[in-house]
Ligand binder design. Structure first.
Ligand code: ZN
Length: 199
């Protein structure tokens, strides 16, 4: 895999037509500055997804313009930032991600809780449980046009979550899954000839 970065303060946020055309999978992380992302860039990314580019949306990018546009909902949720060591000295809130009977634990995580205002995922890969009792749909797969979208909840900026091997494994697998051209050839539009002869 060839990996490179694009940042908000670059021209076109680093997402020029040329860069987008060369990108199989775009991984999007954003937090406070979603409103500074230009609509024209969002529209181009949106079109690239419909044309087959994969998109992986991380953590607080649930509120990114591109994810909300692709979902068509508010993408709002409940949250609680749990300090590594709170004033009372209690431990931070961990979360557990569960997939197909396998569980991995993230020692320190921001709580994201339901309801998460997204359309029902085409495939739900991860559910998380947090200390405190909340649960959250943490790994959600969607098809949008010819493109694949994966939302992955872990990734708060003050915890070293992306250094955790299980999380890195998820992201590598997600990139492979979402890569352009990895799925069946999808066609749309008028189809004068049926697949099977009509009786
Ligand atoms: Zn966060």
């Amino acid at each position: 895999m060839t990996v490179r970065t694009a940042a908000l303060d670059e021209p076109q946020h680093g997402l020029t037509d040329e860069v987008l055309a060369q990108t199989d999978v775009l991984i999007w992380w954003g937090h406070m500055a979603h409103g500074e992302v230009k609509d024209e860039v969002v529209d181009k990314v949106y079109q690239r997804v419909l044309d087959g580019m994969g998109l992986i949306v991380l953590h607080s990018a649930h509120f990114s313009k591109i994810f909300r546009k692709l979902m068509g909902t508010s993408c709002d949720l409940k949250w609680r930032e749990v300090a590594r060591k709170s004033a009372s000295g209690r431990r931070a809130g961990p979360s557990h991600c569960r997939r197909a009977g396998r569980v991995f634990r993230i020692p320190h995580a921001e709580m994201y809780g339901e309801r998460f205002d997204i359309p029902a995922p085409d495939t739900l890969v991860f559910i998380s449980w947090f200390q405190g009792g909340e649960v959250f749909r943490s790994g959600c797969c969607y098809n949008r046009g010819k493109g694949k979208v994966f939302y992955f909840r872990p990734g708060h900026e003050t915890y070293p979550i992306y250094y955790q091997p299980e999380v890195q494994r998820v992201l590598v697998n997600a990139a492979r899954w979402a890569a352009a051209g990895s799925g069946p050839q999808v066609t749309f539009g008028h189809r004068p000839n049926p697949i099977e002869k009509i009786g």
